[in-house]
Design a protein around this ligand. Structure first.
Ligand code: UGA
Length: 450
């Protein structure tokens, strides 16, 4: 007999990275008893002590609140027998990174967690997949679950993709703009309705569908967002050549509510642990299905995006008259976006590393990202203040739009730099302010005459 219309009290969250740690804390905030499980004992020890191993506004406070209230625990549970005997609903929130040496998603962690968890479960339960996966995964996992379920119990599977943004993870989880659930039965849907009762009470759109749609909704959303960014960046390539103002162009088309202004900020492009790998995994998956032509445009989006980094580097060479050897270049921002310490596939870090490798004396400052960046590129010089980065710089490049950088004025920097040259690779500064103050100023999407 399946878990029916359950009064769900106990939930487990398998995987305590970005998604899992946030989901676990938010489930506790919604009143559930929660156990977060991870294979990494260090991560568990740190979370159990109320410390977050990454930067996410509001999340450490929420974790501490519920670790202290006793509603939230973090454990390693190698054979899943603790949570398997305890929780009614288990969320799978492990990572699906890009395969090393490939473009598809690495399903090792999802597969291992699902199989191990199912073998540890000793009562009727619902497993809910939240990880971003190639379409077809849930159907495959449903069979894996069936093959590994103990006698006399029913374990079923639902797919419930997550749309949280880093930097707004708590807000997006507690007040999502929609909830999507792919289930194999009405009973499982009812269990999830009970889990998300609070959001449903606020009339949050509830999309109940099949596994394939639920899986595809997630990758379609990220592919669309990536396409929007690359779309405007493709126009940036045009305005860089013919002249024109890319921000005004974005504003103007964005007024059309069918288009919308969000995700039309031209600049150095998208990075992070999701958009780049998700568009590659999607293409790989549809190619496996014999449909490589359907998503071929995503390869173009990827290329447009990566060309933005090259353009920023080309501008750096232009502003330094093609001679960057030994020149001090201040890189402001190496996280893939503000409010995060995540440097995965971060455009700013990529640019910093390439300029460093080309012989520049690169000084990196990021309010949150230095530590993670230094793990990836230890030889680059990371400094603790904006001031140290720009002092005696021959070129400043703004690569992540942190508030601290957006607020910069020419006078803030003028007496510090050796030469007043700046590239605003996020289009957040006002060109005339800088040009009138005597700066050589360049932006992505803006014609630059060297
Ligand atoms: C993205 C999606 O926005 C979330 O909905 C999704 O849940 C998440 O991936 C995921 O799959 O887990 P996130 O990676 O946090 O969230 O980052 P975004 O806010 O989407 O930004 C992605 C990149 O696009 C950043 O590097 C940002 O600087 C860049 N971007 C964004 C632009 O270059 N221009 C824009 O107009 C907007």
């Amino acid at each position: 007999m399946a878990l029916v219309n359950a009064t769900v009290e106990n939930v487990s969250v398998i995987g305590t990275g970005y998604l899992g740690a946030t989901h676990a804390a938010c489930m506790a905030e919604l009143g559930f008893n929660v156990i977060g499980v991870d294979v990494d004992p260090e991560k568990i020890a740190s979370l159990a002590a109320g410390d977050l191993p990454f930067h996410e506004p509001g999340l450490p406070e929420l974790i501490r609140k519920h670790v202290n209230s006793g509603r939230l625990r973090f454990i390693t549970d190698p054979d899943y027998t603790t949570v398997g005997a305890w929780a009614d609903v288990h969320f799978i929130a492990v990572g699906t990174p890009q395969l090393k040496g490939g473009t598809g998603a690495d399903m090792t962690y999802v597969d291992a967690a699902t199989k191990g968890l199912t073998q540890g479960i000793t009562k009727d339960s619902l497993i809910v997949g939240k990880s971003t996966v190639p379409v077809g995964t849930a159907a495959r996992l449903a069979e894996l679950i069936q093959d590994n379920t103990g006698d006399g119990i029913t374990v079923s599977l639902a797919w419930n993709p997550e749309f949280l943004r880093e930097g707004f993870a708590v807000e997006d989880t507690l007040t999502p703009d929609r909830l999507v659930v792919g289930t194999a039965s009405e009973a499982d849907e009812q269990v999830l309705r009970a889990v998300y009762a609070e959001a449903l009470g606020r009339d949050t759109p509830w999309i109940s569908t099949d596994y394939q749609t639920a899986e595809l909704v997630k990758v379609a959303a990220n592919a669309f967002l990536a396409t929007k960014i690359s779309f405007i960046n493709a126009f940036a390539e045009v305005t860089e050549t013919v002249g024109g103002d890319i921000t005004t162009l974005a504003d103007a088309i964005g007024h059309d509510t069918r288009i919308g202004r969000k995700f039309l900020n031209a600049g150095i492009g998208f990075g992070g642990g999701c958009l780049p790998k998700d568009i590659r995994a999607l293409q790989t998956r549809v190619a496996e299905l014999g449909l490589d032509h359907s998503m071929r445009f995503l390869d173009e989006m990827d290329q447009i995006n990566l060309r933005r980094r090259k353009k920023a580097i080309a501008l750096a060479f232009d502003l330094l008259d093609q001679d960057i050897e030994g020149k001090k270049i201040a890189i402001l921002g190496v996280t893939f976006k503000p409010l995060s310490d995540d440097v995965r596939d971060a455009p700013g870090l990529d640019v910093a590393a390439r300029l460093f490798n080309a012989g520049a004396d690169v000084a990196v400052y990021d309010p949150q990202g230095n530590t993670n960046a230094a793990k990836r590129y230890p030889r680059i010089n990371y400094v603790n203040t904006l001031n140290e980065a720009v002092t005696e710089a021959e070129l400043v490049i703004l690569t992540t739009e942190w508030d601290e950088f957006k607020a910069l004025t020419p006078t803030d920097l003028h007496n510090k730099v050796t030469a007043p040259r700046i590239i605003d690779a996020r289009n957040v500064l006002t060109p005339t302010d800088w040009e009138n103050a005597g700066w050589t100023f360049a932006q992505l999407g803006r014609k630059f005459d060297s």
